[in-house]
Design a protein around this ligand. Structure first.
Ligand code: NAP
Length: 518
């Protein structure tokens, strides 16, 4: 019997054994710098001439991997391979498909430090964030495995006296999985494994910023014996092969997580029927956020300051759930601002290979420039309280934790997703005004409220229009099974990843009724 799902415990990095294991894994990943990684289509490894050199954002002289980029022709081959394999894979019983995920979770535990070390170097996560990402990926595998066993079993229907009725969840076909780089294991593994366990076959196009972590996931699925062709690893530039994959007539479903701009483009392209296409493509699109923490006059200010700092600057503000707006009621605004600024200034920033550095680099040169452009805009729109410059080490893309005060609700830095360590402090007349400001962006992903008053919290439950609302806690750190995740409005299709409704998005239900009277 399979034990009930529980969240994977995190590694304790105060324990010297774990510190040694992580250091050894970082050294191992470093010993593989510059390694070449091929595409994996069916049972073939394919190296191409077009190479993506993946740079360590903490130290731009290090090439984490040289990853082959797919051409459109190879992307087409990946879809054809997945389509062919689907005819076999869809007949594999749900429970058997689930076992591949459970075994992959076990294998991921064995390679846990290595996967986390890869993320430290490839995308600049600190040790704790990297480990939490690996734990989340393990949770996804364990959770979706069990969910598929549930969905593969008997589904209750109302009895009809003369009929035998059943409802079965069937897979859809070829799923194109397009993840972002910021949770390069968890989200990538979550979307891919959900598609696979539901009986679909997958073409995985990882982010160009994190294809090495994704390669290791593909390797793990092979190590646990997943039949070749069920998961096809097809890295390539989004702009070069993305449209092609989305528009292909054999694509049945697209699971995307990333920016609003790309998500909307995918949604639009997927809605057009390609010649030979006989279905409406399913689009699961989880997108950006402009998440707010609202602080009422009666809040515990120290808890609120901690929650804001960790939500705004954890992983350099590069989480879709990151707090980028602190909306604070007038009476406590100055006091809270000074506590947040003090905590932000105390953050240690630098290459995350060192355990002591809490904040690392932003992901790329492009991100560095985009964020520093927003900081310049912020200097015109608000009052710079702390940060604002490059930090850490000149060899990496480091930006100081930055706080702007006196920002108007309609300012660009209060409306547009910056996706970096930049926080706008916005003053509200009262609590109702604060909630009004919080809801006044095109997004609706996460939000928090700090208040000691239950009635205020109840009002937020009703009126704060976000997919994931947190009361008296930070806005980041959703756990699989505990906080099903997905946003409203321009934050996406509210898929509720890591929840019991999620796998339904990867299936279609068939009802069969047999008349039983002779
Ligand atoms: P992105 O630029 O939109 O890229 C996401 C993925 O889309 C990447 O794999 C990218 O490939 C690919 N892509 C780019 N252009 C494409 C096209 N025309 N067709 C198909 N695919 C294309 O986003 P990102 O910078 O990786 O991630 C950050 C964004 O993700 C933020 O907006 C963040 O809020 C959001 N996010 C949302 C959630 C959520 O659950 N709501 C979770 C995490 C992140 P390349 O890398 O090759 O360009």
């Amino acid at each position: 019997m399979i034990r009930p799902f529980t969240n994977e415990p995190l590694i304790d990095f105060n324990d010297p054994t774990n510190i040694a294991a992580m250091e050894a894994s970082i050294a191992k990943v470093e010993s593989e710098l510059g390694k070449e990684y091929p595409l994996r289509i069916g049972d073939k490894e394919i190296f191409t001439d077009d190479i993506n050199e993946v740079i360590n954002p903490s130290n731009t002289s290090e090439v984490i991997g040289r990853v082959s980029r797919s051409t459109r022709e190879l992307a087409g081959k990946a879809i054809e391979t997945a389509a062919e394999k689907f005819e076999e894979w869809k007949r594999v019983p749900a429970e058997v498909r689930a076992r591949y995920l459970l075994r992959a979770a076990e294998r991921m535990r064995q390679r846990r430090f290595e996967l986390s070390a890869t993320m430290v170097l490839e995308v600049g996560k600190n040790w704790v964030e990297a480990d939490a990402g690996t734990a989340e990926a393990i949770d996804m595998l364990e959770f979706y495995g069990r969910e598929m066993i549930r969905l593969g079993g008997h589904q209750p229907l109302t009895c009809s006296p003369s009929e035998e009725n059943e409802l079965r969840y069937l897979p859809l076909g070829v799923a194109i999985v397009i993840p972002p780089w910021n949770f390069p294991n968890a989200i990538m593994c979550g979307m891919s494994s959900a598609a696979i366990v539901a009986g679909n076959t997958v073409v995985l196009k990882p982010s160009s910023n994190s294809p090495v972590t994704a390669y290791k996931f593909a390797e793990i699925m092979e190590e646990v014996g997943l039949p070749a062709g069920v998961l096809n690893y097809c890295p390539g530039s989004g702009s070069e092969v993305g449209d092609f994959l989305v528009e292909h007539p054999k694509t049945r479903l697209i699971a995307f997580t990333g920016s609003k701009e790309v998500g909307l483009r995918i949604n639009e392209l997927a809605a057009k029927i390609s010649p030979g296409q006989v279905w409406i493509k399913r689009v699961i699109a989880e997108m950006g956020g402009k998440d707010a923490i609202v602080v009422a006059e009666d809040a515990d200010l120290e808890a609120a300051a901690d929650g804001i700092v960790i939500s705004a600057f954890g992983y350099q503000g590069q989480k879709c759930s990151a707090c980028s707006r602190a909306i604070v009621v007038d009476g406590v605004y100055d006091e809270l601002l000074s506590r947040v600024a003090e905590k932000a200034k105390a953050i240690r920033i630098g290459p995350v290979k060192s355990r002591e550095n809490w904040m690392g680099p932003v992901i790329s040169k492009q991100a560095f420039h985009s964020i520093t452009d927003y900081i310049e805009i912020g200097k015109r729109e608000g009052q710079l309280v702390c940060g604002g410059g490059p930090g850490g080490d000149p060899n990496g893309y480091f930006i100081e934790p930055t706080v702007f005060a006196e920002v108007a609700p309609e300012a660009r830095i209060a409306q547009e997703e910056i996706f970096g360590p930049v926080l706008a402090f916005i003053k509200a007349r009262d609590y109702d005004h604060a909630l009004e400001i919080a809801n006044d962006t095109p997004y609706g992903l996460t939000g928090s409220v700090y208040s000691r008053c239950q009635l205020k919290l109840e009002k937020a439950r009703e009126e704060f229009h976000v997919g994931n609302l947190y009361l008296n806690r930070k806005s980041t750190g959703a756990l699989v099974g505990v906080h099903p995740f997905g946003g409203f409005n321009m934050s996406g299709t509210d898929s509720k990843a890591g929840g019991s409704d999620y796998l339904l998005l990867y299936t279609q239900a068939k009802t069969t009724s047999q008349f039983m009277s002779l």
